[in-house]
Design a protein around this ligand. Sequence first.
Ligand code: HEM
Length: 480
Amino acid sequence: KADQKHTKNGRKLPPGPQPLPIIGNLHQLGNLPHHNLQKLAQKYGPIMSLRLGSVPTIVVSSPQTANLFLKTHDTNFASRPKLQASDYLTFGRKGIAFAEYGPYWRNMRKLCTLQLLSASKTESFSGLRKEELGSMVESVKKLAVAGEVVNVSRKVGELVEDIATVMILGKRKDDRYELKGLAEKVLNLIGAFNLGDYVPFLGALDLQGFKRHTKEVSNSIHQVIEKILTEHEQDNNSQQRDFVDILLPLMNQPINPQDMPVYPIDRTNIKAILLDLIVAAFDTSATAIEWTMSELIRHPRVMKLLQDELESVVGMDKMVEEKDLGKLSYLDMVVKESFRLHPVAPLLVPHESIEDTTIEGYYIPKKSRIIVNTWAIGHDPNVWSKNVEEFYPERFMDSKIDLKGHDFELLPFGSGRRMCPGMQSGLITVRLVLAQLVHCFNWELPHGLNPKDIDMTEVFGLTVPRANHLVLKPTYRLLC
Ligand code: HEM
């Protein structure tokens, strides 16, 4: 009977809960949609159909089905839905992350992967990472000597912000623009299941004040970017070529002269790309680091093994360097395990289907929203065995599973055409910062708190950071 209800034009939709009039299944998402969608998928299966307002939505919740959507039929699911927030923020989706699939996105993405986020470009910022991380360690050392506590979430957030600001905009922290706060607001706006995207007539009324809020955030962030563009145009003597230096000369040029129609890049394109990169870079690595630190504190055994590895590979008389990272195999397992339990973007970025298609006998209509619940996959005992809830890095000991989007059990960066182009840059930052924090300091909870009592509450947005900052007490442990 349930199957009969789940039909469209006589074709069988994947199973799913019955939608209500107008809102569909929106009420079933709750505050933590990745958890609630997992519970629904346990009942209805790994390809589940929902209606969010008037939007047909497919939720994918197993490695096998993720493979079908992100690899076998990747081309058909490589578009993005048009969301009010991304539309405002990126001048009608002129960036990368929310551009619809087609020649414009392809060219922008190529530009990013070849010119901004290539391995050699990422490598060229190693001096910057070393310098910023060095001054962060110095400041934590001072707090350690004074016996004070450290707000690890804030410190790491500022560090990642500083690295990304110099890399993307060429700006030093003395003229920080509160971009992190703005980037967080953008992630919340885009990640929120905004009523206006699903029930258009309610969107027009703007009952939640969403449009007004988006416009305010959009204006603030674009003012900052505009100021930085103007400064770059007036002075291009900077030594390190940041992303603005690379993008500005492309202005008023066709992105790919072979294209018909030709897409010239104008100022709005450049601003939209910069906004996407700021938002993608500021929060993701910091969130991954704060979750991993939280798990390490909860699991002193793992912390000790990681410190032992650092001691034997790097030695107690010096800090970690980027060239050491390849030799730190336990660190690698710790990071994978943390991404499994705490994928930074648990539902990836929403995809949209381009054509009607049939998968596993189910009809997937054109313009369906496709949500891949990587959080549910990471917490599935059928994939990871009964100890799925345990933070146990050794599960990756003899496993070939990597983070590059080939293994559908673990997809923190997605997979296929829309996979994260900043993976390399993000992973270096996450591994290096974690290694340094753990190598340079012993960490304990303040006020005699028990590690098992750490609050692990999440807040949902496009990314899912800790609800409360992680505050710890450091002791310096190196000999130098
Ligand atoms: C630990 C750090 C990071 C994580 C976990 C992460 C994760 C992700 C995920 C899950 C997606 C969506 C994939 C999909 O929809 O299938 C994505 C997209 C994207 N990421 Fe990252 N990311 C990280 C760092 C970065 C950095 C540092 C940059 C750039 C500076 C970046 C730039 C982007 C862009 C531009 C997209 C959109 C790609 C497209 O739509 O074609 N990311 N990222």
